[in-house]
Design a protein around this ligand. Sequence first.
Ligand code: ATP
Ligand code: MG
Length: 333
Amino acid sequence: KGRILSGVQPTGNLHLGNYLGAIRNFARLQNDYECLYCVVDMHAITVWQDPKALAAQTREIAAAFLAAGVDGDKHAVFNQSMVPEHAQLAWIFNCVARLGWMNRMTQFKEKAGKDRENVSLGLYAYPALMAADILIYKATHVPVGEDQKQHLELTRDIAIKFNNDFGVPDFFPITEPLIFGAATRVMSLRDGTKKMSKSDPSDYSRINLTDDADAIAQKIRRAKTDPHPMPETASDAEKRPDADNLLGIYAALADMEKDAVIFEFAGKQFSEFKSALTDLAVTKLGPVGAEMQRLMKDPGHVDRVLHAGAEKARAIAAPILADVYRTVGFLNP
Ligand code: ATP
Ligand code: MG
């Protein structure tokens, strides 16, 4: 059986992209893998987070994992900062990763924007911490959205360089990303060329997991489209990013192939498609949002799950870190 690690940052409103690209898959993989799912609070503070909001958001993400069907008894659900081995291995990886590799990371370029001088050192080092999150468990597979593919490649490069530098072939596994489903990169509802994101200032750009039926309906009604009828073919859809995005969302929520959705709505008006999409989104997301709200009213329960999860995680991480320390030559007299 392979081992899975994946994480979500407590940086704000969980949205449809997080759900379809990652969290829904977490639950779908849990019968075939040993799973570790963490709320990556240490990644979150690479950009400023209000401390009170951070703690509440950490519980909220954990509640979302459970609401999406992750079994917190069978698998480890925890927050990253509770397992210090992540940070300890990250330092070693800071010394393995090359500046040239980090300089190619597109997420850093996007998040840093023009004001490079003024972003945190942590934002730059983020992918090395992510590699540590994964390799501290020697995880073999990582379910993520398409946007994290480049960071997974960096993780593999770090594993290969560590194994070579220290002459320990096969010490770290060459981890595989698991990017699957019809919506591996959900785009903003306001701009079909931009990723749907927690940190987008416009709430109309995303559907949040906690949105009620009215909010979902309003956001889909306002979602950007073009003046033409629905695309007739896949190649037509590809040229129209806003339409293509909505079709992908429909396909993912309905568990259909995108081609079948295109066929079903070919040549119809967007208004008709949008009302079908609204019904589908409300049906599929409503129960998840409701379960999240219920869990958030019981923070004691969520905290117990996180605590037990961290213990399970540390039991795996501690011996691997000890091996790494020995390999690197850290003295432990
Ligand atoms: P932030 O804007 O703070 O980076 P985010 O929305 O990108 O937030 P993350 O916590 O960085 O969320 O990512 C959590 C998981 O959700 C990752 O696996 C990521 O690949 C996935 N994900 C994020 N955005 C999307 C999206 N638009 N479509 C599909 N998957 C996504
Ligand atoms: Mg992100």
